[in-house]
Design a protein around this ligand. Structure first.
Ligand SMILES: C[S@@+](CC[C@H](N)C(=O)[O-])C[C@H]1O[C@@H](n2cnc3c(N)ncnc32)[C@H](O)[C@@H]1O
Length: 206
């Protein structure tokens, strides 16, 4: 059996990465479930315990994939969710779930085709990582967050400093402040190639 996790996180070409996700798309949810994907649980915990936000807010799921994590938002009764991903195949699976108000196919390494200051919450799980989406995208994702709204992302411990995420977040200073950083956890406890990760919660200031 192909360990898609290893394949996608070691890919350096965006074109090849897109092909991998096309092949993985039909099995993605099943694999994530079998590997005990921790982000849905972590996200629910944060939304229940750390942030006070209404259910009717507008949410952007950046790098939404098949919508596996957005399903956790739906369980918490959030309804107004827009998804972006560069893989048409992953978006096709997400579309079938009928949980998104809109799905957009585009790369997050480019300027996002959405107007500024419109989402109370932007989530980005499993996406800010090697070969996928780089630290430069953080400012662009925060651009679409409403002032006082939140940006929640996961970043693996091994690349937080090395790939420039730490520096990028520190340099946001006037744009957003770090509200909360989760404990370290294993993203996929039942996959031996899984990274140790943390969730970062930033609040937009202006
Ligand atoms: C590990 S999956 C995570 C999906 C979802 N957020 C989740 O937690 O289940 C990574 C996702 O990032 C998407 N992705 C990778 N590079 C991207 C890029 N440059 N722009 C937009 N999406 C990208 C992939 O298509 C895939 O759906």
């Amino acid at each position: 059996m192909n360990d898609w996790l290893k394949t996608v996180y070691s890919e350096t070409s965006s074109l090849e990465l897109n092909k991998h996700y096309k092949k993985w798309s039909n099995r993605y949810d099943q694999d994530m479930q079998e590997w005990g994907y921790a982000y849905p649980v972590q996200l629910k915990k944060i939304l229940k315990e750390n942030l006070r936000i209404k259910k009717n807010i507008k949410i952007l799921d950046a790098g939404c994939g098949t919508g596996y994590v957005a399903e956790a938002l739906v369980e918490l009764k959030f309804k107004n969710i827009v998804g972006i991903d560069f893989s048409q195949a992953m978006l096709e699976i997400a579309k079938q779930k009928k949980i998104y108000s809109k799905l957009i196919c585009q790369s997050l390494n480019e300027k996002i085709k959405l107007r500024s200051n419109q989402f109370e919450l932007v989530i980005c799980t499993g996406v800010l990582t090697s070969g996928h989406v780089g630290p430069d995208s953080i400012k662009e994702l925060i651009r679409v967050v409403k002032p006082c709204g939140y940006f929640i992302c996961s970043i693996a411990e091994s690349i937080f400093k090395k790939n420039g995420f730490k520096k990028e977040i520190e340099n946001l200073s006037e744009l957003a402040k770090m509200e909360f950083v989760s404990e370290q956890f294993i993203a996929l406890p039942k996959n031996k190639n899984s990274a140790k990760s943390r969730m970062y919660i930033l609040q937009k200031l202006i």
